[in-house]
Write a protein of this length. Structure first.
Lengths: 294, 1166
């Protein structure tokens, strides 16, 4: 009747019945796909302030509701340096999600082609997030594995020099372009062509940055950009004729030259960019300078 | 059933027969439960009318009338009997028997409801000693009023110390018979609530009158896994009799009945909605992560509001760690023990009925300004056009016309330039309400014989709330059946079945409903509107929403089975095994049908629930609990008393739910998943936890003067990883009964009790979650599914993805809660006045919080760590006076408690006011100090324009930072003297001009109870209140016109204008723009006093005199009138109740009001 400590202890071993564990991530293509879908949230689209934030900080766009005088907070020295910023913390959260998958790769019993595909997807997104950080911060801590709260080097170590970060990004992207399956995971998912489009953008950025900052290695990035672009130019010789429609269409499926797009569906996934424009909610509008430019 | 045993039995045979019969009876009773027992309404008086009848016939008649079980003729040949002629009417049995047996060749005796007839000469000495048959002592036990005491224990104590005691109980007339032998020396008569009577047998008189015990000192109090004499308590324990607390109050919730009843127990109810649960707290702030008291029934957790208050005998609150630590990790913030009513042995069958018929209504509803007043106010504030387009000047003119002559616009509205101008005054708040009705019925059957006691009760609650339609309703059925059986001298069992079924219908979006009601102006049209196409559409006013929207329906049931085996192999030693199984099911059903309406403000036609749908949720919780414990009590001579307890506990709880919904209803009249055609969404969830504990207690008392108690529990929880799973929580307490000391004896008549108690204990707080969210697996980092922000192009639905596992710190562990308590119990003048006082300090250490922030490169939220400390100091006082003056019995009770908590450790080096900081008093309110309004004199003369704007403040008068102040704005005190008013950088070092201006903790909570009884009339009252509390109310009821979508209330009209510079509210600007917000910062002037006193209940009762009921089968009838929430004394504006938590249903200021109830009812006893 009186259970001994040991058996009672085992009675206290309870695990949730509706949660998977990290071991399940690379169990099958299905679980891997389901896990990697969250990586796609790195593409901000029109959601919330993420896209618009970048515009407000420029001088072509104004938030009338927040800034009724139209004075640029930068010009009037009203910008506070924040203690923390989503621009810094959120990419690192995504990198952690990605590294959690990569750390499981060695333990997976998947066949090599499938496994490399998922590693490629993860590498692509890691590169994508690091590119975001690189643009804002330059030197940035590179994490090859999941950081733990006891990992002093990861938490408090020096930032990794930007050249090394950029090299790592290119390395990751090269793996991705080679190993991601041609058809990706179906429509509107990451394919080697999407990776190439990104290499084209990243290579141009980093190549020119190095070139004009008089640093070595710019050719490697420029060449990577060139090679990737060449493939794409042959594969997709013509682009959609109406530029405006690329931003104002309900659906971009099947539009020429669009490799990947963020889709919005009423009641499923919406954005508020239109709500805040020229309405009492946000009084978003273009500045005079922006109008003059047209 | 009536049988005369004609076989000649010897007395010994008779005894064996009786025992066998008893056992059979017990068996039957176990099988068929309680219904087997016949009403034991023995009439001890008999009426006989016989002429020359045989003795047997006469005795049969006596048996029939007296209800005696048997008449035994032992070695008696009744044919020898002389014929009997007798004529009596309602004569005592004894004298009848005397008459009958006079001159008969028999002798007789009465023992245990049996008449024994023997051959021999009739004699007053029934059985001779030579036959070794004992003498029978008969008597009657009554109270001071002369009413019989039923079920009193009567026992004979022998000269021989170790002999078995003979125990009998009084019957329904208070009579008893007990056999005595030559060794018998003392007779002891006792009954709960009376002072035990003890006397030498030789001094026994026929009628024994028991004195009512004024004190409950001899009473036993339920404590963890046992009971304790009140006099020997050493922990901080408060206990109340539920009948004193709830009486005949028209409330069905146990928690609400307890509000104000026990010092230190805080019960808060967020609104008056039927079926709404209350929150319970013991001794104030628990942990920054929350924590609630543990509510137990039969040592197993229970939802307090799932227990019918009429089934509860007592409620005991274990407040300090010493009292509660035996329950381990979940008991750190107090334990509430619920003891249900049970049957007692040797009780006649009793049927009780209580019924309450209650009419409910709202009170203190907010009152809106009239349309004219509101539009005038808007004009005064500079509004030109209302937000729906109407021109304010035109509207004002129309309203003035309408006011002068309503027949100009018989429809109460007009159209001008294509815009609707509503004119008539409407009241959507009152439109949405109607008087409610509540029905409370309880029926119980109680009784027991020598071996079996039972109670079965039924409760029915039907509360139709005050909202229009019956869609606001709560129904509850309770069944409670218990049976206790002594299988043998050393073995007993108990079984308890509780079943609850409840059903609550709630109007959908009740928060929106109230927000809608309070935010529209008093001019909104009501009823229906006929469109140009002739369609009749309802306005979207609350009453129409109540009428057209199908309500949400929550229903469920709970079954609780309790089985107990108790084995007492020898005196003082008991082993208990208790198993409780609880199964709770909850259901939720909601239909979202589409229907067209017209917006009452904008006159736009719109559709409610454009995508119709149906949602169905189901959940099931199973709880298994096993408690096995042994207790031993031993006295070493008369000085040392030792008690020990040792036990184990295992508990497992599993929860499972299925949630499903489907779009596109085919018909709103048959809503179901099967009759919908759209997308189905479904999910499920599971939760489990298990606990295991080993506990023990030692009590030692030396001459009842020095008391010591040690408690300990070794507790394990599935919420922790292996290795950190178990914790040991010890506690100790002591007591010194000063009044038992020799030197106090001379003062015993004044100081009947004086005891000092002290305790200290530590309990680990099992972390339930962080930020109020339950976490069942805090050590487990799992992947859950969620809809990611990426559309599946194949279905146009968001992909279902997996989440990233969270980071779990390897080094978090239990929070520790330690309580030190010091208490005094004082009883004066034979306990007429009883005083209890406790003072305590409770420290919650190592609270989990996000510790030192970790760098963002971690990529996850910093794991929570044990880093914060909190300390609560408080005291509790309870006073009770109970006395009687001749026939007037009265009592007065008062309890008062207070506590304050402060943060003693928290990692906030910057001293940010947005976080906890060391030294912070919980509940403190930071704000500005109000100096008054800016006046014209504060501005340089001539600088103000004709609208009293754009002035230049005089030198030295501080404006709010960057604000062009105007007369009528609030002027704050420039506390830091920097020439402007500002919030600084919101740190402790630089709070700007703000300081702590108040505290929203409920301080000095009190309850006052009183009862009077005079002859057949009784009266009781109950007041409850909070003496000190500040609340910052920032909603549309308090502040005029916070946005242009709100209404103006009567009390808002006292706003500043140049002509009313002495107003309450500051200057308002058009549509709450300009300096409106600047004047409404948290500040001293508009800090509301949240103190209140509520007359919770007054009940008047009348009990019909006994002689009226004579001959009727009803034993007792009482009629009563009861009023609930009769008056409230408060300081907040009309329509704002300081007790309502406005943020719960909607933070708009609209909430379901508390109800005033008038109840008529009756109690019947059979």
């Amino acid at each position: 009747m009186l259970c001994v400590a040991q058996s009672c202890n085992s009675k206290l071993d309870l695990k949730p019945k509706d949660q998977l564990t990290v071991e399940n991530i690379l169990e099958s293509n299905h679980t891997a796909l389901t896990y990697t879908l969250q990586f796609y949230e790195a593409f901000a689209g029109y959601k919330g302030n993420e896209m618009l934030n970048k515009e407000w900080d420029g001088d072509l766009f104004d938030r009338g509701a927040v800034n009724p005088t139209g004075e640029s907070p930068w010009a009037y020295n009203r910008v506070n340096v924040p203690n923390s910023s989503d621009l810094y913390t959120i990419p690192f959260q995504r990198i952690r999600s990605i590294n959690v998958l990569l750390d499981q790769a060695d333990k997976s019993s998947m066949n090599e082609a499938d496994l490399n595909h998922w590693k490629g997807i993860a590498y692509f997104f890691r590169a994508y997030n690091y590119f975001e950080l690189l643009r804002y911060y330059g030197d940035i801590k590179w994490l090859e594995h999941t950081a733990q709260d006891t990992d002093m080097e990861a938490l408090y170590g020096n930032r990794t020099p930007r050249t090394e970060v950029a090299d790592n990004i290119l390395r990751d992207l090269k793996f991705a372009v080679e190993h991601i399956k041609a058809e990706g995971n179906g429509r509107n998912t990451i394919t080697p062509d999407v990776v190439r489009a990104f290499i084209s953008r990243f290579g141009l950025f980093e190549g020119t940055w190095r070139k004009y900052h008089k640093q070595s290695g710019s050719e490697v990035f420029l060449k990577a950009s060139f090679d990737a672009s060449s493939v794409l130019l042959t594969k997709y010789p013509s682009l959609h004729e109406n530029y405006d429609e690329l931003f104002n269409s309900n659906d971009l499926a099947g539009v020429k030259g669009v490799l990947l797009y963020k889709q919005y569906v009423p009641t499923q996934l919406t954005h508020t960019a239109a709500t805040f424009s020229r309405s009492s909610s946000g009084r978003h509008d273009l500045t005079k300078k922006a109008v003059d430019m047209f | 059933m009536y049988r005369i045993i004609t076989k000649k039995y010897s007395f010994e045979e008779y005894l064996i027969y009786k025992i066998l019969l008893r056992m059979k009876w017990t068996g039957i009773m176990l099988l068929v439960g309680m219904l087997q027992l016949s009403a034991n309404t023995n009439a001890q008086k008999v009426s006989l009318s016989f002429h020359n009848a045989p003795l047997e016939k006469v005795l049969n008649e006596i048996k029939k009338q007296s209800g005696y079980d048997y008449i035994i003729y032992s070695s008696a040949n009744l044919s020898k009997a002389k014929k009997i002629s007798i004529e009596t009417k309602s004569v005592e049995l004894s004298s009848v028997l005397k008459k009958i047996f006079k001159d008969q060749p028999f002798k007789y005796s009465i023992a245990s409801n049996t008449i024994i007839v023997k051959e021999g000469k009739s004699s007053r000495e029934f059985f001779s000693k030579e036959q070794e048959i004992q003498q029978v002592l008969r008597g009657k036990v009554q109270n001071e009023k002369g009413e019989p005491i039923v079920g009193a224990t009567v026992q004979i104590t022998d000269k021989k110390v170790d002999s078995d005691k003979v125990v009998v109980y009084t019957n329904s007339l208070g009579n008893f018979e007990i056999t005595i032998n030559p060794d018998s020396e003392f007779l002891e008569v006792s009954s709960v609530g009376y002072i035990t009577f003890k006397t030498k047998i030789s001094a026994v008189r026929e009628v024994i009158t028991l004195q009512e015990a004024v004190t409950e000192l001899e009473d036993i109090v339920v404590v963890g896994y046992g009971v304790q004499k009140k006099a020997n308590l050493t922990g901080a324990i408060s206990s109340v009799d539920m009948k004193d607390v709830i009486g005949n109050r028209p409330i069905s919730s146990t928690s609400q009945a307890l509000q104000g009843a026990i010092p230190g127990l805080q019960v808060t109810t967020n609104s008056g909605r039927p079926g709404l649960n209350s929150s319970i707290n013991v001794r104030g702030m628990t942990s920054i992560n929350g924590g609630t008291p543990l509510v137990l029934m039969d040592n197993v957790p229970v939802d307090i509001d799932k227990v019918n208050p009429q089934d509860i005998e007592t409620v005991t609150v274990l407040k300090d760690a010493a009292a509660s630590s035996i329950y381990g990790a979940r008991a750190s913030f107090g334990v509430i023990l619920i003891t249900t009513k049970k049957g007692s042995f040797n009780q006649p069958t009793k049927i009780d009925y209580n019924g309450n018929f209650t009419s409910t209504n709202s009170y203190d509803l907010p009152e809106k300004a009239t349309p004219l007043e509101m539009i005038q106010a808007l004009k005064n504030w500079g509004t030109q056009n209302y937000w729906t387009g109407q021109n304010i000047d035109s509207w004002l003119k129309l309203l003035q016309e309408y006011e002068g002559n309503p027949s100009l616009y018989p429809e109460g509205k007009t159209v001008l330039n294509g815009l609707n101008y509503p004119l008539a005054k409407t009241d959507v708040i009152r439109d949405m309400m109607e008087p409610g009705f509540e029905l409370l019925q309880n029926l119980s059957l109680t009784g027991g014989n020598a071996n079996t006691a039972y109670r079965i009760s039924l409760g029915y609650v039907d509360e139709d709330g005050i909202l229009y339609t019956s869609n606001d309703r709560y129904k509850k059925y309770n069944l409670n059946a218990s049976i206790n059986t002594k299988v043998s001298e050393s073995f007993s069992t108990a079984l308890n079945v509780l079943y609850l079924n409840d059903n609550q219908t709630t109007p959908k979006n009740i928060g929106t409903l109230f927000r809608n009601a309070i935010s529209v102006g008093s001019f909104v049209p009501t009823g229906t509107f006929i469109t140009e196409t002739g369609e009749v559409l309802p306005y979207n006013n609350p009453d129409n929403l109540l009428k057209y929207e199908s309500p949400r329906n929550n229903f469920g049931d709970q079954l609780r089975l309790f089985g107990m085996l108790k084995y007492s192999p020898f005196n003082g030693f008991d082993i208990n095994a208790e198993y409780t199984f609880t199964k709770s099911r909850d259901n939720d059903r909601a239909t979202f049908a589409s229907w067209k309406y017209i917006n009452a403000t904008t006159y736009d036609i719109a559709t409610m629930n454009p995508n119709s749908s149906y949602a169905r949720n189901f959940s099931n919780t199973d709880n298994h609990a096993l408690n096995v414990y042994a207790s031993y009590e031993h006295k070493i001579n008369s000085r040392h008393a030792l008690k020990g307890l040792l036990g184990v506990n295992y508990e497992k709880n599993s929860f499972e739910s299925i949630n499903s919904s489907r779009n596109d209803l085919l018909s709103s009249s048959v809503p179901s998943l099967s009759t919908s055609t759209g997308i189905t969404q479904s999910s499920d969830s599971f939760n489990q936890y298990a606990l295991s504990g080993y506990f023990g207690r030692i009590n030692y008392a030396f001459e009842n003067r020095y008391l010591l108690e040690l408690n300990g529990r070794f507790d394990g929880s599935s919420r922790f990883p292996k290795g950190r799973r178990f914790g040991f929580f010890p506690s100790m307490s002591f007591g010194w009964n000063i009044s038992e000391e020799k030197f106090m004896l001379p003062y015993k008549s004044i100081i009947s009790e004086l005891k000092i108690r002290g305790s200290h204990g530590e309990i680990g707080n099992q972390v339930y979650g962080h930020g109020g969210v339950q976490n069942y697996y805090p050590h487990f980092s799992g992947l859950e599914t969620r809809n990611v922000e990426w559309i599946d192009p194949a279905t146009n639905v968001r992909f279902l993805g997996l989440t990233t596992p969270s980071l779990v710190s390897a080094n978090f562990t239990w929070e520790t809660v330690s309580t030190s308590n010091l208490g005094v119990d004082l009883g004066l003048w034979n306990h007429k006045l009883q005083v209890n006082f406790d003072i305590y300090r409770r420290k919650t250490s190592d609270m989990l919080a996000e510790g030192s922030k970790l760098p963002a490169t971690l990529g996850a939220k910093a794991p929570i760590q044990n880093v914060a400390d909190l300390q609560t100091d408080g005291w509790e006082l309870a006073l009770r006076w109970k006395d009687k003056i001749n026939e007037l019995k009265y009592s007065l009770g008062f309890n008062l408690s207070d506590n304050q908590a402060k943060i003693t450790k928290f990692d906030n080096p910057a001293g940010l006011l947005s976080q906890y900081y060391v030294g912070q008093r919980l509940g403190e309110i930071w704000g500005f100090t109000t100096q008054g309004f800016f006046t014209v004199d504060d501005f340089e003369s001539g600088s103000l324009d004709e609208d009293l704007m754009n002035g230049k403040l005089k030198e030295g008068i501080a404006p709010y930072r960057g604000t062009p102040q105007n007369p009528g704005d609030i002027r704050y005190v420039d506390l830091n003297g920097d020439g402007e008013i500002f919030i600084g950088n919101e740190t402790l070092d630089n709070p700007g001009d703000r300081s702590v201006i108040g505290n929203n903790n409920r301080r000095f909570q009190y309850g006052i109870t009183g009862a009077l009884e005079y002859k057949n009339v009784d009266m009781s009252f109950f007041l409850q209140g909070v003496a000190k509390r500040d609340i910052w109310i920032s909603n549309q009821l308090y502040w005029p016109y916070q946005t242009n979508f709100e209404a103006v209330y009567k009390h808002h009209l006292d706003y500043w204008t140049p002509g009313n510079s002495d107003a309450f509210y500051p200057r308002n600007y058009r549509d709450a723009t300009g300096n409106t917000g600047i004047s409404r910062h948290v500040q001293t002037k508009y800090l509301s006093n949240g103190a209140y006193l509520r007359v919770r209940n007054i009940t008047l009762g009348y009990t019909f005199p006994q002689d009226i009921l004579k001959g009727v089968f009803i034993k007792n009838v009482r009629l009563f009138l009861s009023g609930e929430n009769l008056f409230v004394f408060k300081h907040t504006p009309k329509g704002i109740d300081p007790e309502i938590n406005y943020s719960v249903e909607s933070n708009s200021g609209g909430a379901y009001p508390f109800l005033r109830k008038y109840s008529f009812g009756l109690n019947l006893n059979f």
